[in-house]
Design a protein. Sequence first.
Length: 530
Amino acid sequence: MALNSRLLGLAFASADTLVEIDGEGRIVLAMGAAPATGHAPEANWTGRTLTDLFEPRSAGRLKQALANLTPGNRSDPLDLLYDLGDGAFRRVRSRLFSLPELAPHCSCALTWQGQPFSLEPTADTPLVTRDDLMRQTSSLLAKQGPDPLTLAFVDVTGLDQVAGDQLETLKTRLHSALQSVSVDGTSASHLAGSAYALLRRDSDGSAVEDAIHNVAALEGVDVSADIRQVELSPGVDRQATLRAMRHALEVCIANGAMDDPDITFKNTLDRTLVQMDSFRTMVKARDFALHYQPIVDLKSGVTHHFEALARIPGCDGPESTIRLAETLALIESFDLVVAEKAIQQMLQPGYGLTRVAVNVSAGSLATDTYGEALMRLTANHGDIRRRLSLEVTETATILDLPGTQRRLARLRQAGFRVFLDDFGVGASSFDHLNHLTVDGVKIDGAFVMRAIEDDKSRTLIRHLVEMCGGLDLKTVAERVETGEVAELMLKLGVHLGQGWFFGKPEPQPRLERPTLAATSRRRGAVESWG
Ligand code: C2E
Ligand code: MG
Ligand code: MG
């Protein structure tokens, strides 16, 4: 085989199209695949100036690279937009090299990227939702591509200078442009305002910049983009990393941290991964405590049961850690060890009749695992099942109501009681009550605290109690801080009360010594839930 053919073979092994240009930049030889048709490009290219084939800004960069090229050297790869005419483009990666014996001629190797795309406004290139963006991130991280996956944050500046009518067209074009330079042409998403995020297999944002510049040129407006890219690495635990990424993305958006989204994202991601790790360690070592707060029968003043509330070392209150654990899907194992600890407490001598409620996040009821584990934990303690109740929290996140109902029904059948926690705060509280069979509801503390002053809260509670009566459900008023509120709740027909007025959460359930008035019904030692 002639040396020439061998060299050609080698050259084509790393590029789709090879071009030779003379000292004036005119194409003297072109071979390989053409950008759109797949046919050989010689016919239309020979004699043309190479830089004329590209979109103006790409052409500028190519010109610059040609000017810097010295005989015997090779340029860095350049990402360019090839102009197919009629507003259509195709991305191409190019590399220049200059053989000393051919100078001033030089060679250009082109590798076509993605599919040709148009910046004409079309309705069929809508941006994807953030959920879809995360789904795609997940599947792309699973496939090892040759180039690392990057998340590009794009802030389009100058949109506020564009008038109403034109803005719509401009945005449609922008969306097409962003999609076209994203992985598979389907992974660009709108974050907030002028901020977008897209997945790329390229650590250099120039193709994005070019695409946006094209849109601006087509519309004749002064719009540009600030692009920051973060390399995504799946880490050891891909699912966990993905959840942390989603959380970091949400933090970027929620904090409006669009000035430095890459820094915010990266910092939040790193911090979240550390937090996940320490949460897991904390759960594994059971390195937390439960405090017990009495829930009192408003009529008799007798403790009906105790709510077990987690106390996590180093945290002011458990709420923020628990909400993060919910977001990161780590809550199930935690809720389970909480139940385990509560059961241990209930089995202590002297606590034989004590009833306890544990919180269980809706997320923990999204699969069968929690319920099955709880059944195993209590397999040898039938009475524990009748003494333990579950407060379903964060009901806003219940996605699968029939599945949750099925799991709760199984637990209720086994003897556990179920309450809906924080009732009334979420828009879907009533929907949940309609679909889930429970034993009672806990009226959110916000209503209870307002009830003395606020007529509306009182009316709401009164109607809620009436409705619960009709459904044969127990009602619990949360955050009863004063005797006045306790009395009001009793007057409104609420059965049980919980709050500082009756007692704060304490390391042990506070069992009252029998008094003359209540020898047969000690606090914390009531025989039935009725
Ligand atoms: P929650 O289940 O609604 O618990 C009641 C919260 O109200 C507790 O906050 C309690 O300390 C507080 N509280 C009680 N009485 C009063 C009062 O009179 N006034 C005021 N202002 N607050 C009162 P805490 O312990 O900070 O727990 C916050 C939330 O964290 C809980 O709300 C629950 O959603 C969650 N949580 C706590 N432990 C667990 C757990 O083991 N698993 C899960 N999934 N969530 C838990
Ligand atoms: Mg609760
Ligand atoms: Mg509550």
